[in-house]
Design a protein around this ligand. Structure first.
Ligand code: SF4
Length: 324
C-alpha cells in the first residue's frame, strides 16, 4: 500500500473551507492508502505566537480532525513536535539545499514582501516540509496546485541527498493532485480564511451558522425578491454543491433563475444540508472534549507509530553520513 503524508497548521478549530478543501479528502484516502497526518506545530512558530494559545490551537485542531473522521485505527495522526526527528532531518537537508532554490519559492517572496522583519525560518520552512514528507518515505502527497512547488523542492532534496551519499534511501514523493475545492468566504470575494473573518467553523452550533449564513453575499444582481438570479456567480450555490445532492442542487438553480425562491429560502435549504453533514461531526467533537484522555492517547499512539518510522530513517541517515 502506498504511503501518504500530509500536514496541517494548528490553527484551532477547522472551518468548512479546510474541511471541504483538504480534510474530507484525507478521510476518504485513509481507506485506500497508508496515511500519516501531522499537526505541524514546528511550522506554526515561524510567526509570532503565545505558547498557551499554540497548545490550545494544536489540541483543537486534533479534536476537529478526529471528529471529522480521521480514524486512529486506519490513519496515523500526531503532533509534529512529538517526533523531533523532523527538525533533525530538516537541519541535515539544509546542508544540501541551494539557497537560491529557497529564495525563488513564491510563497517566501510573497510573505517576505509583506513583513517588516523576516526570520530564517520563513526561508527554510520548505526544507522542514521536505523533511516531514521524506522522513516517512512517503510515495504521495495530496496537494493543491499552489503546493506543487514545495513538493518539487522535496523531490530535489531527496535527489541531492541520495546523490551526495550514494544512497537510495529517500523516495521522490509524487503529488496526488486531488480535486480540492477552493472554498470562498462568506463575503463571496476571497478564499475562506480565519484571518479574513469570513469563515464558518466546522463545529459551530446551527444558530451561530445561520447568523453568519443569513447576511452572506449572494448574486448581487438579485436586489429584489422578484429578480431572477444566476446561481453560478453565487457562493451559496457552490456551497450547495458541497453539502447537498445533485437533485437539490439542480432544484436550487431552477428556483434561483426563476426567482421562485428568495435568497433566504435558499440559504435555509443550505443550512439543512450543512447540518446533516456537520451535526455528527460536532457531536463527536463534544464527546472528545468531554473525554480529553481519548485525544491524548490517540495522539500518543500516533506519535509512537510515526516515531518508530522516523527513528529508523534517522538511524540510516546518521550511519550513512558518519554521524554519531
Ligand atoms: Fe444565491 Fe440561492 Fe440567492 Fe440564487 S437564490 S442568488 S443561488 S442564494
Amino acid at each position: 500500500m502506498s504511503t501518504i503524508f500530509s500536514g496541517i497548521q494548528p490553527s484551532g478549530e477547522l472551518h468548512i473551507g479546510n474541511y471541504l478543501g483538504a480534510v474530507k479528502n484525507w478521510v476518504q484516502l485513509q481507506d485506500r492508502y497508508e496515511c500519516i497526518y501531522c499537526v505541524v506545530d514546528y511550522h506554526a512558530i515561524i510567526g509570532s505566537f503565545e505558547p498557551d494559545d499554540l497548545r490550545r490551537r494544536t489540541r483543537e485542531m486534533a479534536i476537529s480532525l478526529f471528529a471529522a473522521g480521521l480514524d486512529p485505527e486506519k490513519s496515523t495522526l500526531f503532533v509534529q513536535s512529538m517526533v523531533p526527528e523532523h527538525t533533525e532531518l530538516a537541519w541535515i537537508f539544509n546542508t544540501v539545499t541551494p539557497l537560491g532554490e529557497l529564495e525563488r519559492q513564491t510563497q517566501f517572496k510573497d510573505k517576505a514582501q509583506r513583513q517588516e522583519s523576516v526570520n530564517a525560518g520563513l526561508l527554510i520552512y520548505p526544507v522542514l516540509q521536505a523533511a516531514d514528507i521524506l522522513l516517512y518515505r512517503a510515495d504521495l502527497v495530496p496537494v493543491g496546485e499552489d503546493q506543487v512547488q514545495h513538493l518539487e523542492l522535496a523531490r530535489e532534496v531527496a535527489r541531492k541527498w541520495n546523490a551526495k551519499f550514494a544512497s537510495e534511501l529517500f523516495l521522490e514523493p509524487k503529488p496526488l493532485l486531488t480535486a480540492t475545492r477552493r472554498i470562498m468566504g462568506l463575503d463571496g470575494q476571497s478564499k475562506m480564511s480565519k484571518s479574513l473573518g469570513n469563515t464558518i467553523g466546522l463545529l459551530e452550533e446551527p444558530d451561530a451558522v445561520w447568523a453568519k449564513l443569513r447576511p452572506a453575499m449572494t448574486d448581487p444582481a438579485r436586489v429584489r425578491r422578484t429578480d431572477p438570479g444566476t446561481p453560478e456567480v453565487c457562493n451559496i450555490y457552490h456551497l450547495h454543491k458541497a453539502f447537498n445532492d445533485e437533485a437539490t442542487v439542480e432544484h436550487v438553480a431552477v428556483q434561483c433563475r426563476s426567482a421562485g425562491w428568495g435568497c433566504i429560502d435558499c440559504k435555509k435549504v443550505l443550512l439543512d444540508g450543512m447540518m446533516r453533514e456537520l451535526t455528527p461531526i460536532r457531536e463527536r467533537a463534544r464527546e472528545l472534549e468531554a473525554h480529553p484522555e481519548l485525544v491524548t492517547d490517540a495522539l500518543a499512539d500516533g506519535a509512537a507509530r510515526s516515531g518508530k518510522i522516523a527513528r529508523e530513517t534517522m538511524r540510516v541517515v546518521r550511519e550513512t553520513m558518519g554521524l554519531r
